[in-house]
Ligand binder design. Structure first.
Ligand code: GLN
Length: 194
């Protein structure tokens, strides 16, 4: 079983740990550079990207994270995690840092505020067995992508799931649904590197 970390600075860490276990991985919270060094892949959870960014700096994790992503660590970001793996961010806070990893521009809070959260069936390329239930909570969307980026899902004309090489991102939160097919896709990506 691959060892997959969940960046545990803020956000829905526990839900991802459960989803990873059900998708065939061993999930482990990651808060320190040493813990990061040990994992075969990493999930960046949903939550608040400005807080995750601030805490990553405070915990001395920002540069180690960037270095491991550059070196090819498989990473999956959901919602705030999608923001963290964007090479470029729109509507971010001034001092907000991302790790990068996908050649895309992500617009933060693009689908509106908290009370405009919604669920929708989303067909995701590479996930068989019908659409996944997409839970969108103050969700970002992908404004544009570079040539090397695969668009995996579109909702309402907006790109909501992408992959570039070993990095996967969704605007929505599969960890909140009990349907672990997106996590299974990511665990397969991690296995392929071992
Ligand atoms: N709007 C949040 C942010 O900017 C993301 C919301 C979420 O992860 N559900 O990070």
């Amino acid at each position: 079983r691959p060892l997959v970390g969940v960046l545990a600075l803020q956000g829905d860490v526990r839900e991802h740990l459960v989803a990873l276990a059900e998708a065939g991985a061993v999930g482990r919270p990651v808060r320190r550079p040493q813990e990061l060094a040990e994992v075969d892949g990493l999930v960046i959870p949903g939550g608040e990207s400005t807080t995750i960014s601030k805490l990553a700096v405070a915990f001395g994790l920002l540069e180690p994270l960037r270095a491991r992503v550059r070196a090819g660590l498989p990473v999956y970001g959901s919602c705030a995690g999608m923001i963290m793996v964007a090479d470029k961010l729109l509507d971010g806070r001034e001092d907000q840092e991302t790790l990068g990893g996908i050649d895309m521009i992500v617009r933060r809070n693009a689908f509106g505020r908290q009370n405009e959260s919604f669920e929708a069936a989303v067909e995701v390329a590479g996930v068989s067995g019908g659409p996944v239930e997409g839970v969108f909570i103050r969700a970002p969307w992908v404004e544009s992508t570079g040539a090397g980026v695969e668009v995996l899902a579109v909702h309402d004309g907006h790109t909501v799931a992408v992959r570039q090489g070993r990095v996967l991102a969704t605007s929505f939160h599969p960890e909140l649904t009990g349907d672990h097919r997106v996590h299974a896709l990511f665990v397969d990506m991690v296995r392929a590197t071992l």
